[in-house]
Design a protein around this ligand. Sequence first.
Ligand SMILES: NC(=O)c1ccc[n+]([C@@H]2O[C@H](COP(=O)([O-])OP(=O)(O)OC[C@H]3O[C@@H](n4cnc5c(N)ncnc54)[C@H](O)[C@@H]3O)[C@@H](O)[C@H]2O)c1
Length: 254
Amino acid sequence: MSEELQGSRALVTGAGHGIGRAVALGLAAAGADVVVHYGKSADAAARTVADIEALGRKAIAVCADVTSTADVNRLLDETVGFLGGLDILVCNAGHLIGRVKVEEMSDEHFQQVVDVNLGATFRTTRAAIGHLAQSVNPRIITMASLAAHNGGGPGSVVYAAAKAGIRGFTKGLAKELGSQGITVNAVAPGYIAETAFHQTFSTEQAQAAMVAGTPIGRAGSVEDVANAVKFLALPASGYLTGITIDIDGGTWPR
Ligand SMILES: NC(=O)c1ccc[n+]([C@@H]2O[C@H](COP(=O)([O-])OP(=O)(O)OC[C@H]3O[C@@H](n4cnc5c(N)ncnc54)[C@H](O)[C@@H]3O)[C@@H](O)[C@H]2O)c1
């Protein structure tokens, strides 16, 4: 087992299942102790915790609504209380909520989509910065999307805009925090098949079309995303900041 992140302390939001779970396990396999944040599924989070512990690392599950500032601030308090500090923050939690055309979208729906993606990234990083500033190898990694480049699939205009906002937020925050040695980077997954996201929101036909539009010729895996996140978290990646890594098999057009 690799030990490149030995002794690191990580918080991964939305780590009960899907991409977040793979990211949490990937960081743990590299030596990190991990706080497994979840929104609703305590059982899934408990499974991630057990799998991390089986790797010989410390883990705990913490529930928080990432659209609530009070919840997110408590999440960071509990994280630092458990880990004794924070080195790596992965803002993975996010949601499409539903496929709705702009002309049919309510103000409330618009606000929810922005809040659970861009808003959650903002309030989680805000609560984490003071802790990360005390780390010798501080990392913030955000979750953008191919949608930020290409506008997304049907009914996901506002989701695409929120993810594009995360790209801009990441670039700007990298400048703001560079002098403190905190790197801020994003990953932008394309079609990652094995999560609730597309199983809930995309037809089989649409999923086949996404594979057909991928030069590598397959859907992405959650491990493809986890590997890129781990790379950005490594001490050796300390001169990379403000970038977005596309994990989309070369999907065109961007
Ligand atoms: N699957 C893909 O193809 C794909 C592509 C690009 C980007 N993404 C992004 O990757 C991230 C993970 O998605 P996934 O595919 O693993 O799907 P997922 O639905 O399994 O994961 C989303 C996670 O966000 C959490 N979450 C959502 N709303 C929350 C809230 N209000 N409070 C707390 N937690 C909340 C959920 O609990 C869940 O763990 C998301 O940000 C998504 O937008 C996914």
